[in-house]
Ligand binder design. Sequence first.
Ligand SMILES: Nc1ncnc2c1ncn2[C@@H]1O[C@H](COP(=O)(O)OP(=O)(O)OP(=O)(O)O)[C@@H](O)[C@H]1O
Ligand SMILES: [Mg+2]
Length: 257
Amino acid sequence: MSLLEIKKLTKNFGGLSAVSMVDMTFEKNELVGLIGPNGAGKTTLFNLLTGVYVPSEGTITLDTDKGPVVLNQKSPHQISDLGLTRTFQNIRLFHELSVLDNVKIAMHSKKGVSLWHSLCRTSKYYQNEKELSEQALELLTLFNLQDKQDVLSKHLSYGEQRRLEIVRALATNPRILFLDEPAAGMNPQETAELTELIHKIQQDFNITVVLIEHDMSLVMSICQRIYVLEYGRLLAHGTPDEIKQNKAVIKAYLGGE
Ligand SMILES: Nc1ncnc2c1ncn2[C@@H]1O[C@H](COP(=O)(O)OP(=O)(O)OP(=O)(O)O)[C@@H](O)[C@H]1O
Ligand SMILES: [Mg+2]
């Protein structure tokens, strides 16, 4: 099976079907785009895949070392432990903590030292803290945030906060990374740099990246495949070239003819 398969996935809010009978597959180590007009259901789909919402219908199945696991009823925490991590459309950081601590907290959630070692400040605690700091700094360096490690995250520029969000997500060592509009609000140069970085992490970290993005040049330049949603339904699926020429997609984006 594919790394992640969703079948007939549906989420109803009262009378509104935000996601409706959607089938998708995601393979190991690929970069997939998810596009569609405002309100198409993109973020809702991420919320379903990461356990924020329970599906109304359909199945989400992840291929793991121990065989296929259905994620439908799992909590966000369980799903994160299985290697699915996301960033949010609205940045979510610990504003009063340093950049480095923001990353270390994300790592702690994955491989913490026991409470006993932490409370007693044992040598194991210090050893672990040192390793975490080193790994965090490595990630920050990759995203050119190493000089900001001691700065409170609220004092970062907007683009830097977006990059820190991605670093925090990567710090959990994911198998699949879901990025919800990572370039939103960035200037063209920041967007171009981020595009390269996303491509690089997908290759260097050997992970699957699913990218929601309104910036078409970003999506078209790095994604291998693209899914298009409209009104909660799957409108089209294909390579960037196929999507660019797809009449239904052009109509959904430009309206009319
Ligand atoms: N918790 C909720 N309760 C009720 N309706 C919701 C809820 N979450 C999303 N919706 C509705 O579901 C639809 C899809 O919303 P969603 O946020 O998934 O769209 P999107 O594709 O991410 O849009 P955008 O590009 O603007 O971020 C919208 O009509 C939205 O109003
Ligand atoms: Mg959204």
